[in-house]
Design a protein around this ligand. Sequence first.
Ligand code: TYD
Length: 139
Amino acid sequence: MKNKGSWELIQFSSKGDTRGELVAIESQKEIPFSIKRVYYLINTKKDVRRGFHAHKNLDQILIAISGSCKILVENHKKREEFFLNDCKVGLRITNLVWREMYDFTPDCALLVLASQHYDPDDYIRDYQKFAEMIAHDSK
Ligand code: TYD
């Protein structure tokens, strides 16, 4: 996969008029892959931290459709924290990136667009194993 071990913010444009706003996102346009799966995290309890994994082969875009949350991402070079609170911004996370999600507001709906169907075998849930994989990868 191209851009592996990377992340980026993608700004979506909104079509606003006197009635309000509409944001449209399409595969291969605003989203740089074909969307095969959509899921969303809602009603996340206070002080819950989730994620704690990387993927072998998955491109995803996370959008806080309402409310806000924080996302920690880490690759072989750096760690970065994002505060998602704008439904017109998507955080793209490619494969081999460790991610953790936390500080969800009670009204947070975190929408995720994914490039592959759900596959439990695609998960790297052991941080030590992830660290070894990226160390090997960065050589
Ligand atoms: P889990 O992997 O624990 O979520 P996170 O990594 O964000 O903390 O997923 C919670 C449950 O949902 C688990 O039983 C697997 C299931 N699941 C699906 O069935 N399909 C999916 O696309 C995803 C992401 C999870």
